[in-house]
Design a protein around this ligand. Structure first.
Ligand SMILES: *Cc1c(COP(=O)(O)O)cnc(C)c1O
Length: 435
């Protein structure tokens, strides 16, 4: 270990508190300290290299240090790093807004910026409620969401969350939401029928519920949800924070079922994984519900300090340009097919693998029947790391979500390393040791 790593690690242990991390185990583990990266390779302070198997938590799109995105951020840095969207505007936010409206499903014509997936969802929930209230139907305080849903970590987004491990503790603090069975339109319809006039909106992650463990919905489910929302006269919020920007094979997941939601929430891949930025897109109908003389108090009183940050908007514009110039989605098709073949060949035959769920470049490998305290998913992560790949599990589901730019050679290595890591961590010897 290099001296710098030892000092940093000690400092990390004495001052930091990591997200979604049980700190009690953290100090016994020598987690890599990432110093720099290029393409799909991460380098740590000891000189080890790793394939970025989860796109630095589902957001890197065209790889790290992409020359065009780097250059765009530098150019913006020479203009201004931050200026507010409250009462002012700036070129990058305007250009990006126009681009997003162009790309989004038809009807989404207004762009409201914020900083994270959680805030993109908060904005949609608050807009939906306030829109109804300003239509005179202030009693529509209830949201319909899906079981196992994940929409972020702020109190509003947790209120529509459905993962007990993450959300259960906070129930007493949350507003009301009722949860339908994923993939089951009848259960959704029952909630809309029984909820009657109290339901304002339905919120779903289209096609794939990411944090639930890459739960893939049956074909037609999303379209069915849209039809139910129309029939019962409620708004539809599509949270594409995870599935947006190519992850499922198309720019947005909604496209695959020809669905236009009333709200589209975007974050993670929006800046190519460079900077925190989010956008909530909505329709002219919703937008108009907020217009009026100031004293009517129909303003949307919401806005974060760094909303629409120029550096982040510049990174997002460059990210969208790279999609076009490098024909990213076209090249992705072959990689999606290859990923499927590799998983069939190397991972599916392993006895510990109960199920592989996949849509496009989002993969969940569920390991079957291991006790919570064995922390099998975590053991696989450690074994993969020793072999040169970074993956992060959701419980005992190993997630693979490489950057769209990954080359065939690295994709092959990533799947092989994952298979070897699963075999090592679930081998008879390893399990006896864990027990
Ligand atoms: C990650 C995620 C969020 C939250 O985004 P943050 O930027 O972490 O706040 C919301 N919704 C979905 C579907 C996500 O995967």
């Amino acid at each position: 270990m290099q001296p710098d790593t030892a000092r940093l690690r000690e400092l990390d242990r004495s001052v930091l508190w990591h997200p979604f991390t049980q700190q009690q185990g953290w100090s016994e583990e020598d987690a890599p300290i990432i110093a720099h990266a290029r393409g799909t390779t991460l380098h740590d302070t000891d000189g080890n290299t790793y394939i970025d198997g989860v796109s630095s938590l589902w957001c890197t799109v065209h790889g790290h240090r992409h020359p065009s995105i780097d250059a765009a951020v530098r150019r913006q840095l020479d203009q201004v790093a931050h200026t507010t969207m409250l009462g002012l505007s700036h070129p990058a936010a305007i250009e990006l807004g126009a681009k997003l409206v162009d790309l989004a499903p038809p009807g989404l014509q207004r762009v409201f910026y914020s900083d994270s997936g959680s805030t993109a969802v908060e904005v949609a929930l608050k807009m939906a409620y306030q829109w109804w209230a300003q239509q005179g139907e202030w009693w529509r305080t209830r949201f319909v969401s899906l079981k196992h849903a994940y929409h972020g970590d702020t109190i509003g987004s947790v209120s529509v969350g459905g993962i007990d491990l993450f959300h259960g503790c906070y129930r007493p603090l949350l507003f009301e939401s009722v949860q339908a069975e994923p993939g089951d339109l009848a259960s959704m319809e029952a909630l809309l029928r029984d909820g009657g006039e109290e339901v304002g909106a339905v919120i779903v992650e289209p096609l794939v519920q990411g944090a639930a463990g890459i739960l893939v919905h049956p074909e037609g489910f999303l379209r069915g949800v849209r039809e139910l929302c129309d029939r019962y006269g409620v708004l539809l919020i599509c949270d594409e924070v995870a599935v947006g920007f190519g992850r499922t094979g198309t720019m947005f997941a909604c496209e695959q079922e020809d669905v236009s939601p009333d709200f589209l929430c975007l974050a993670k891949g929006l800046t190519g994984g460079y900077l925190p930025l989010a956008a909530t897109l909505t329709t002219e109908r919703v937008y108009e519900g907020f217009l009026g003389a100031f004293e009517e108090l129909r303003t949307f009183f919401h806005g974060h300090t760094y909303t629409g940050n120029p550096l982040a908007c510049a990174a997002a514009l460059a990210t969208l340009e790279v999609f076009e110039r490098e024909r990213t989605l076209e090249h992705l098709r072959g990689k999606i097919a290859l990923l499927g073949e590799l998983l069939d060949r190397h991972v599916a035959p392993l006895p510990a693998v109960a199920e592989i769920r996949r849509r496009g470049f989002m993969v969940g490998i569920e390991l079957g029947g291991f006790p919570l305290e064995a922390r099998l998913g975590h053991q696989v992560t450690l074994a993969a790391r020793r072999r040169g790949a970074i993956v992060r599990p959701l419980g005992d589901t190993i997630v693979l979500m490489p950057p769209l730019s990954i080359e065939a050679r690295d994709l092959r290595r990533l799947v092989e390393i994952t298979a070897d890591a699963i075999a090592e961590a679930t081998g008879a010897g390893a399990l006896a040791e864990a027990a």
